[in-house]
Design a protein around this ligand. Structure first.
Ligand SMILES: NC(=O)c1ccc[n+]([C@@H]2O[C@H](COP(=O)([O-])OP(=O)(O)OC[C@H]3O[C@@H](n4cnc5c(N)ncnc54)[C@H](OP(=O)(O)O)[C@@H]3O)[C@@H](O)[C@H]2O)c1
Length: 222
């Protein structure tokens, strides 16, 4: 059993928490407003879920999931995150995050930007390329013919291995998309982002296997 700590427990973070609970893990939820605002969600998820401060969520975690707006990166708890394996689900959107010059110019990926604020964590970009409703509905056990795959990117092989194991446990295979600097290939608007799993109007989504995800990553341009 893995303990997964969440910094951000909204649409996507909350969906990953649901899948983690279904897979038998523990989850510790946190957000910007405080644990009392997550009490209902934790109760609904059951005895292996709790709500805590961000510091407590990180301290308890084997794996941390950061699922916040990119504009919240400067406020992430850098010291407690040092040495942790951290999944970065975040996508940059100037309409929500304001303009960030390094991201507008594509001189940095958003995962490289988060490293500037949290330099000593082992980040793995994952879950950022799938709509949260599709994530919930397309989870399948290992070996299922219609299992879907997700791209991951990261600079630490042990962190990638831990995240691969976690993602496998919650119902997805992974395609290794390279390093954090390569994670632009799975950023907003790329071929692998959303499209392989069908339009958001179809909440059930469409399974996308390993070959489809590899092919979509290979056709990304910038
Ligand atoms: N929704 C999707 O389908 C989807 C898919 C792929 C990637 N993503 C990306 O995943 C990230 C989260 O998206 P979402 O749709 O889940 O957003 P959301 O529903 O708005 O949830 C955002 C979460 O982040 C928390 N948060 C905001 N500022 C924070 C801060 N300074 N410190 C700690 N927590 C903070 C919020 O807490 P409060 O409510 O207390 O402020 C909330 O729990 C975004 O970067 C998004 O682009 C989303």
């Amino acid at each position: 059993m893995t303990t997964v700590g969440f910094l951000g427990s909204g649409h996507l973070g909350g969906s990953i928490a649901r899948l983690a609970i279904a897979a038998g893990h523990r989850v510790v939820l946190s957000n910007s407003r405080g644990p009392e605002t997550l009490a209902d969600m934790a109760a609904e998820l059951g005895p292996r879920a709790s709500a805590a401060t961000s510091g407590e969520a990180v301290a308890a975690a084997d794996i941390v999931v950061v699922s916040v707006p990119v504009k919240a990166f400067p406020g992430l708890p850098a010291t407690p995150l040092a040495g942790k394996t951290v999944i970065d689900t975040c996508n940059y959107g100037p309409e929500r995050d304001g303009h960030i010059p390094e991201l507008d110019s594509t001189s940095l990926t958003s995962s490289e930007l988060v490293l500037r604020y949290v330099p000593d964590a082992m980040f793995v970009k994952a879950f950022n390329s799938i709509f949260f409703k599709h994530l919930l509905s397309l989870a399948r056990p290992a070996g299922a013919a219609d299992r879907s795959y997700l791209p991951i990117a990261g600079d630490s092989a042990p962190a990638k291995a831990a995240v691969t194991e976690f993602i496998d446990s919650v119902g997805y295979g992974v395609v290794d998309a390279g390093r954090l600097a390569d994670s632009w290939r799975q950023a907003t608007g790329t071929p692998v982002w959303g499209t392989p799993y069908g339009p958001p109007s179809n909440e059930k989504g469409r399974p996308a296997g390993e070959d489809a995800i590899r092919a979509a990553l290979a056709t990304a341009t910038r």
